[in-house]
Write a protein of this length. Structure first.
Length: 323
C-alpha cells in the first residue's frame, strides 16, 4: 500500500510517499480502507519532535512511529477474530493517537477504540476531520465542567480545536464570545458564537465582560493577560504548555491559592466520543470546518501549510485508491 512515511525527525521534507506492507489485522481489530485523513498540529509536533519532550515517548534518536495521521474516514476492508461491532463494507470514521498510521491507504484499528459508523449524508472528506480537534475541545469543556448558562471566551476560534469548541459549547447552552481575525468573523458567527471580537481591531484582554472560563485554543495568550477577564473563581484553560511550560506549573500552583485558576488537562480519548460527535453532526449541532484539501501525494505541501499557523479549521488529505 501507499503511505506517507518518515524515518527521522525534521521539517515537512522528511516525509515521503512510498510503498509499504499493508498492516495485519489482529484479534478484535478491523482493517479500514482509508479514503480521507488529516494533517493537524499533533502530526506536525510529532513529525518534528517539537517540543523535545516528544522524543521521550516516541523515540529519543529516531521515531518509532513511521506513519503519522490520527484521524481517518473509510470503509471496513477486513475484520479480525472477535470483532462484532463492525462488518466488512461499513463506512466508519475515527481517531487513533497511540500508534497513528492513518496517512496511508489502510489502517488497522481496535473495534473498541474511538470509532463509529459515519454520520448519514457525509462524504469521507467531511467525516475525517470530526475527531481530533473536537476531542481536544470536548476534553477541555468536560475538564472545566462547563454548563448551560455559563459565559465562555474562546481565543483562537478558527482552528480545529477552537471552531469545534464554539459549536460544542453552544450545543451545551453556554454563552460564547469568540476571538478571531477580520476575515473569519462571518465564519465564526455562523458557528453559533453569541459575540465575535476581531483581535486585529481591538485588544480582547481589555474586554469589560467577565467569564467563567477562558479557553486559549491556540496558546498565543497567557493566564497573566487573561486573568482580568475571569470571574472570581474563573478558569483559564490552555491547549499547550506555554512559554517555559508555565501552564503546567500554574495548573499545579493556582488551585492551592483559591480564586482564579489555570487548568491544563491531559486529553483522554474516550471510545464513546466518536459516537457523540456522530450524533451531534446528524443533529446539525456540529460540523467540522475544512480549510484546504490535498491528495496523499501532496502531503508535504499540506504539512507546510499547517505550519504557517494560518489554517482555518482542518486540512484534509484525500486518499485515492484508483491506481
Amino acid at each position: 500500500m501507499k503511505a506517507a512515511i518518515r524515518s527521522r525527525y525534521g521539517p515537512p521534507e522528511v516525509v515521503r510517499v512510498s510503498e509499504v506492507e499493508r498492516p495485519a489485522v489482529k484479534e478484535n481489530e478491523l482493517l479500514v480502507k482509508v479514503h480521507a485523513t488529516t494533517v493537524n498540529r499533533t502530526d506536525c509536533a510529532l513529525r518534528a519532535a517539537k517540543p523535545f519532550i516528544w522524543r521521550f515517548f516516541t523515540g529519543l534518536v529516531r521515531p518509532r512511529v513511521t506513519i503519522l495521521g490520527n484521524e481517518f474516514a473509510g470503509e471496513v476492508e477486513a475484520v479480525g477474530g472477535g470483532v462484532t461491532s463492525f462488518k466488512v463494507g461499513d463506512r466508519v470514521f475515527g481517531y487513533r493517537d497511540d500508534v497513528f498510521g492513518a496517512h496511508a491507504e489502510y489502517v488497522a484499528v481496535p473495534q473498541d477504540g474511538m470509532l463509529a459508523a459515519m454520520p448519514e449524508g457525509l462524504t469521507y472528506e467531511e467525516a475525517a476531520p470530526s475527531t481530533e480537534g473536537s476531542h481536544y475541545a470536548l476534553n477541555l469543556i468536560r475538564a472545566a465542567k462547563i454548563q448551560s448558562g455559563q459565559d465562555v471566551l474562546v481565543y483562537g476560534a478558527t482552528g480545529a480545536i477552537g471552531s469545534a469548541a464554539v459549536q460544542l459549547l453552544k450545543s451545551l447552552g453556554a454563552g460564547v464570545t469568540a476571538i478571531c481575525d477580520t476575515r473569519n468573523v462571518a465564519l465564526v458567527r455562523g458557528l453559533g458564537a453569541d459575540r465575535v471580537v476581531d483581535y486585529t481591531a481591538e485588544d480582547f484582554t481589555k474586554d469589560e465582560q467577565k467569564y467563567d472560563v477562558v479557553i486559549d485554543a491556540v496558546c498565543k495568550s497567557s493566564f497573566g493577560r487573561c486573568r482580568r477577564l475571569l470571574k472570581p473563581h474563573g478558569i483559564y484553560i490552555a491547549t499547550d504548555l506555554g512559554a517555559m511550560s508555565q501552564n503546567l506549573i500554574l495548573a499545579l500552583a493556582t488551585p492551592l491559592l483559591g480564586g482564579r485558576k489555570v487548568m491544563f488537562p491531559i486529553p483522554k480519548p474516550d471510545p464513546s466520543m466518536a459516537r457523540y460527535f456522530k450524533e451531534l453532526i446528524e443533529s446539525g449541532k456540529f460540523k467540522p470546518v475544512i480549510d484546504r484539501r490535498y491528495s496523499l501525494d501532496e502531503i508535504v505541501e499540506a504539512y507546510r501549510y499547517v505550519e504557517t499557523g494560518q489554517k482555518t479549521g482542518n486540512v484534509v488529505i484525500g486518499v485515492d485508491h484508483s491506481s
